[in-house]
Design a protein around this ligand. Structure first.
Ligand code: SF4
Length: 473
């Protein structure tokens, strides 16, 4: 199967990556396989696993889904009780096998494997600096930068070297670094991407999302904190925690709650399904409407639709069915083909929606083309009114932290008022949930809302130039 292509979700937001690690468990490669399978929704372009038995590092990787790349034969080559794994959606550096992680580096100070979820926004200037000092990059991925920063510094105090290297990185990152003697786990100082540790059979597992703990029978232990570097020793399994950033803040990506994470994951103590359900209740309170049924765009909006229905008293119905056997449809270059992708994946249930006033719940609107297509499908199936309620504010700014949410020119809400968007997508009414409601739903003081309000938690360095949008900042 040719997997060298981008796959997309119905609303055109592409996800970033997922990481999974195992420490001190005899079947580390198999556990990582199952862990990555549970994280497959975070990236489908490529995946890889690296293991260590304390003497050597072994790695297998490929372009495609976890089930496509790994066979029992391949897993049997991955020896050892330590492992790190990665599922990739290429947000920086493009596709190709060279960019599939984990990366393995051989060095006289010690071999190590490394994988990463997120995006380094100052990667270009760091790369230039490293290349001027003689570094040769194996890939175009920004993940490699940390490895070269670590390798470049020959001092004996490796913990200090790693902390200083991490401090040079700006952006969103959750790194797993597996040496032969130590596992290092870290999260950026804004905590933009989630990362948690669980317990399993006397050892530990690490995952971008807690849903993977259930998949391997692990129990949640704790989250890695923003700006934390956690080092686990191979022989003692002792944890040593360091904080490499001076003023860490917790601005985890709001879209993790709204859209990316699986509903059975808990992010920093909040279950994702429950969060979305509360958001649905807020939408019902803030934006009531007379209607006959509530339907959600599957799968990420189902929880919010249930919440809206519960609060409003309007029955929840399965008015749209997702064909689970299509797989993730591919990003196609033309609008026409993109729209056909939606048709393949979603079908209205005529006998449910015919003659009904519908409240349609969706998690977000990016380009607007998918929303319009869904609304037209529902109208063609006999819906008499369609009132759209969106589980986040209008997306007016691109994301530079590893989420492919399109450019300014493609974001419908960057160019149009809510009323203009309503007309474009041919809805009878359109309302967006507020930032305040999202914070209340997660019982949090802060979240990253940059794609809604443009308040980026870091400098953007070269990223804004990449989109030729300097004048819009
Ligand atoms: S800009 Fe948006 S998608 Fe990107 S990290 Fe912030 S909230 Fe998440």
């Amino acid at each position: 199967m040719n997997t060298n292509k981008l796959r997309f979700f119905p609303n055109n937001i592409n996800e970033e990556c997922g990481v999974f690690g195992v420490i001190g468990c005899s079947n580390a490669a198999e556990l990582t396989y199952y862990g990555l399978h549970a994280l497959q929704h975070r990236g489908q372009e490529g995946c890889g696993i690296a293991t260590s038995n304390g003497d050597d590092i072994f790695r297998e990787r490929g372009e495609g889904l976890v089930t496509e790349i790994f066979s029992e034969k391949k897993l049997s080559k991955l020896r050892g009780d330590w492992a790190i794994g990665h599922v990739r959606y290429s947000t920086a550096g493009g596709g190709g096998i060279d960019n599939v992680q984990p990366f393995v580096f051989r060095h006289h100070t010690g071999d190590f494997a490394l994988c990463h979820n997120g995006n380094i926004v100052n990667s270009r200037s760091l790369k230039m600096m490293l290349e001027q000092q003689g570094t040769i990059f194996q890939s175009t991925s920004d993940t490699e930068i940390l490895a070269h920063l670590i390798k470049m510094d020959q001092r004996n105090n490796r913990v200090q070297v790693i902390q200083e290297s991490l401090n040079m990185l700006e952006g969103a990152f959750a790194f797993l670094i597996m040496g032969k003697k130590q596992m290092m786990i870290c999260r950026d100082k804004n905590g933009l991407r989630p990362l948690s540790v669980g317990k399993l059979n006397g050892g530990f597992v690490i995952s971008s999302e807690t849903c993977a703990f259930e998949a391997v029978g692990a129990t949640f232990l704790r989250d890695i904190l923003p700006g934390e570097l956690l080092i686990i020793d191979r022989y003692t399994l002792n944890f040593n925690s360091y904080f490499f950033a001076e003023n860490p803040i917790n601005k985890i990506c709001a879209m993790e709650f709204i859209y990316f994470a699986r509903p059975d994951s808990d992010i920093e103590g909040v279950n994702v399904h429950s969060f979305r359900k509360i958001c649905g209740k807020y939408m019902a309170k803030l934006f009531p409407v007379k209607a006959d049924i509530v339907i959600g765009v599957p799968d990420s909006s189902t929880s919010s639709a249930i919440g809206y229905a519960e609060e409003s008293g309007i029955p929840y119905e399965m008015g749209l069915i997702k064909n689970k056997y299509v797989g993730r449809t591919f990003i196609q270059p033309s609008q026409e083909l993109r729209e056909k992708g939606v048709q393949l994946k979603l079908t209205p249930v005529r006998s449910i929606v015919n003659g009904k006033r519908v409240v349609l719940i969706d998690d977000s609107i990016v380009r607007g083309t998918t929303s319009k297509r869904i609304i037209m499908m529902l109208r063609a199936a006999g819906a008499t009114e369609i009132h759209v309620r969106i589980g986040c504010p209008p997306m007016r700014h691109p994301c530079f932290y590893g989420i492919d949410t399109s450019t300014y020119d493609e974001l419908i809400s960057a160019r149009n008022s809510v009323e203009e968007v309503r007309k474009i997508i041919v809805a009878d009414s359109l309302c967006f949930l507020t930032k305040e409601a999202l914070l209340k739903a997660g019982n949090r003081k802060e979240l990253c809302f940059a794609c809604f309000d443009g308040k980026y938690p870091t400098e953007l360095y070269q990223s804004k130039n990449d989109l030729n949008t300097e004048n819009k900042f």
